[in-house]
Each structure stands twice: as structure tokens, then as C-alpha cells.
Design a binder for this molecule. Structure first.
Ligand code: TRP
Ligand code: SF4
Length: 400
């Protein structure tokens, strides 16, 4: 368990999850849960950054979203499921990181301006919304996560997280007391050697010359009686870097097939082009039946081009090679009609959905069990978060 790499990801509870979430993220989460130590959480504070005026939808969505996760096959025995707002440690780390984070880092994150443009009906010129990626950085860093599975739109947030970790380690990975110890140690060495080590540090930290780092171990090996702690101190002095307190995560871009919305744009509830994970069969059938198709196919006898049809994008996700061949041939020769073409899509969606409905059923019948899963997950997560915060406070000298 412990030598597995750690994965962390979150999702905002702003309404029922749809098939875009399933194919874009959750399918990947399910796959990862057996390979790595996974932490998945409900990012309700992040939801508040855009829904602070009507938080009711968040309240209504938290446990529904967890049921959606469980429906897709997320297994609470294999991973830790928790709720962000139950862990004040996230807010504490966010506050501490905020002290040293330049405003410009947040202003230049592309999602900041993009989202303000796209969600024009909301006033997003808030302090909380600007801080969104830094709160996300705190979420990630507090678990010392190695990997963050997210979509491409979130890659810049993971990049900011790396920068925040690097900055924290640079600022606090080496304490003042270490500086005093280093000075005393240099004092105790032959003058010539001390001068040489200081010149290496200068080359490295002022001119960015990394070659000195390669030479250093060889040079230090001549001090036969020097302990490894003292050597580490000198290495840290020369490199200008301290201990790694916070771990820089890597983004794990979801390679799962992406499913666009019914109209071909990105699937999103706000576009009205989404199919819910647990949506009623009749409603799914109706939505697929009413999907736009290649505009060239006005009459049944008009040939079409699947490339110009949103239904084809669904076939790419839901159909095997045979069915895809049937579509391309039938569509381009007017051999099949759009109604039968679409019917195979809605049938495939319903087939995929059935096991999800089956998995969700006992949880819908027993909400207390869902709460218990989240309670247990929060306790597990909190143990990790508390331990990181102990390191963080110690590094910053806040344990007075
Ligand atoms: N910003 C993410 C999203 O849209 C949600 C999120 C919050 C998150 N904190 C995170 C994802 C930490 C990964 C890791 O949807
Ligand atoms: Fe689209 Fe299928 Fe109709 Fe072709 S036959 S236009 S792929 S719905």
C-alpha cells in the first residue's frame, strides 16, 4: 500500500454528473484505484467560488455526486473518498501558501480570464475565484500526491501547484538555524576549502551554474571524518535548496476517450447538451433521437457524412469496428436512416448504464452508508493532511 504512488483528484459538486464526466474522468479514476493509492474528494469550496450566491445546489449535489462515483465503480474499499470542507487543514495550507504567492501567478492562469468570460452571468471578480488554483494547489500538496489525473483544462493549475511547492521548499526547506550551523561548519574547515565551497555556492545560486553540484560530492569525500548530516548541510548550502517539504506533482492527462455533448460542443449541463449518468431511459432515448445530424441529410434519401455529425462522435465512443463500418457505409450511401443510426447509440448508452444503476441502488436506499463512507474517508485523509501540516508548520517555524 505505502510504496504505491499517490493519486489525488477532485470534482466540484455543482449538479448531477453526466457522461462527459464518466468518459473524461471517472472511467480513469476507476482504472487508477487498483494501481495506485487514490484520494478522490468533493471540492465543495471550489464549487463555492462560482456558486457563492446560490450554494443550495452544492448542498444538494454533494452526496448525489458520491453516489454517481460509486455507481461508476469507484470502490471505497480501494480508495479514499472525502469532502474538502471537512478538512480545515486544506484552508490552513491555502492561507500559508497565499503569503508568498505573487498575484501575477494567479492572474496569468488561463482559466481565470476564460471562466470570467464564459460565466458572464456570475460576478467572478472575487478574491476567492482568483485564489481558485492556489486552493487546488493546497488540496494536492497536502497529500504529497505524485499524480493528479485531470483534463487538459486543469494542467495550468497543476503547473501552478508545482511552482507553489518549489517556492515553499526554496523559502522554508532551509531554516535559519541551518544557516547558522553551515556558517559554523565552514568556519571549522581549512580556510582554503571553505573559500572554495563558498565560491561554488555563488556560482550555483547567482549564475545558475549546475556543474558545481556534480563536483561537490567528490570534493566533500576528502573530509573523511565529516558526518553525512554535515555533508547534507553543505550540499543544501551550495545548491541553494533545502529539504523537500512539499512534493511537486505530475499531471496525469486523461487519455480516456472524450465524449462531446449532444450538439457536438463540450458536454456541459449549462449548455443543455448533457446526458446524466443516472438519467431515465426514456429521457436518454428522447435526447439521442433529437440530436442534430449532418445538415446535408434533409431527406432519408440524402447521403451524409459522419464527420459532420455529432452522432458519429458517440459511435466513436460506443460502437465497435463493425458497427462503425455499418454507420459510415450506411450514412454515405443513404443506406441507413438517422433514426436507426441513433437507436444503436441510445441502446449502447443504456447497456453501459445498467450496471451503474445496479451499483447505485443500494446506496440510494441507504444514505447513511454513503455518509459513513465519506466519514471514514475524511478520517483517513485527515491523518495524512495533519501530518503534512506538522511538517509545514515546522519548516516555517510556526510551531511555537
Ligand atoms: N478544479 C478541479 C475541477 O474542475 C477540481 C479540483 C479541485 C481538483 N481541487 C483539485 C482536481 C485538486 C484535482 C486536484 O474540476
Ligand atoms: Fe449522423 Fe448516423 Fe444520420 Fe449519418 S446516419 S447523419 S452518422 S445520425
Amino acid at each position: 500500500m505505502t510504496d504505491k504512488k499517490r493519486v489525488l483528484s477532485g470534482m466540484r459538486p455543482t449538479g448531477a454528473l453526466h457522461l462527459g464526466h464518466y468518459h473524461g474522468a471517472l472511467k480513469n479514476w476507476v482504472r487508477l484505484q487498483s494501481e495506485m493509492e487514490c484520494f478522490y474528494f468533493v471540492a465543495d469550496w471550489h464549487a463555492l467560488t462560482t456558486h457563492y450566491e446560490n450554494p443550495d445546489v452544492i448542498e444538494a449535489s454533494v452526496y448525489e455526486m458520491v453516489i454517481d462515483w460509486l455507481a461508476t465503480g469507484i470502490d471505497p474499499e480501494q480508495c479514499t473518498l472525502f469532502l474538502q470542507s471537512r478538512l480545515p487543514e486544506h484552508a490552513e495550507l491555502f492561507t500559508l501558501l497565499a503569503m508568498g504567492t505573487p498575484l501575477s501567478w494567479l492572474e496569468r492562469v488561463p482559466t481565470y480570464k476564460d471562466q470570467q468570460q464564459q460565466l458572464k452571468d456570475k460576478d467572478l471578480s472575487t478574491y476567492g475565484f482568483l485564489g481558485y488554483p492556489l486552493l487546488q494547489a493546497a488540496d494536492i500538496l497536502i497529500y504529497k500526491a505524485h499524480y493528479v489525473p485531470v483534463g487538459e483544462d486543469q494542467a495550468s493549475h497543476v503547473e501552478l501547484t508545482r511552482e507553489a511547492a518549489r517556492r515553499f521548499n526554496d523559502l522554508y526547506g532551509r531554516r535559519k538555524t541551518d544557516d547558522a550551523k553551515t556558517a559554523a561548519l565552514l568556519e571549522s574547515l581549512p580556510k582554503e576549502d571553505a573559500r572554495y565551497i563558498k565560491s561554488m555556492a555563488k556560482k550555483r545560486t547567482e549564475q545558475g551554474d549546475d556543474t558545481v553540484l556534480a563536483k561537490l560530492p567528490g570534493f566533500l569525500s576528502k573530509f573523511e571524518t565529516m558526518g553525512s548530516d554535515d555533508k547534507a548541510l553543505l550540499t543544501s548550502f551550495v545548491s541553494g535548496k533545502g529539504k523537500v517539504v512539499l512534493v511537486e506533482p505530475d499531471v496525469l492527462l486523461t487519455n480516456a476517450s472524450k465524449l462531446p455533448g449532444l450538439d457536438g460542443r463540450k458536454m456541459s449541463k449549462s449548455y443543455g447538451n448533457a446526458i446524466g449518468i443516472r438519467e431515465e431511459a426514456a429521457s436518454i432515448e428522447k435526447k439521442v433521437r433529437e440530436m442534430p445530424t449532418d445538415p446535408a441529410r434533409v431527406k432519408r434519401t440524402d447521403a451524409g457524412n459522419p464527420e459532420k455529425c455529432p452522432v458519429w462522435q458517440f459511435h466513436l465512443v460506443y460502437s465497435d469496428e463493425n458497427r462503425k463500418k455499418w454507420v459510415t457505409e450506411g450514412c454515405t450511401t443513404a443506406g441507413i436512416g438517422c433514426i436507426e443510426c441513433k437507436k444503436t447509440v441510445s441502446d449502447a448508452i443504456l447497456l453501459e448504464q445498467q450496471p451503474m444503476l445496479d451499483r447505485a441502488k443500494p446506496y440510494i436506499a441507504n444514505p447513511a452508508r454513503v455518509r459513513e463512507i465519506v466519514d471514514n474517508g475524511c478520517s483517513r485523509a485527515q491523518a495524512v493532511a495533519k501530518s503534512t501540516m506538522t511538517d509545514v508548520r515546522k519548516a516555517m517555524g510556526l510551531n511555537y
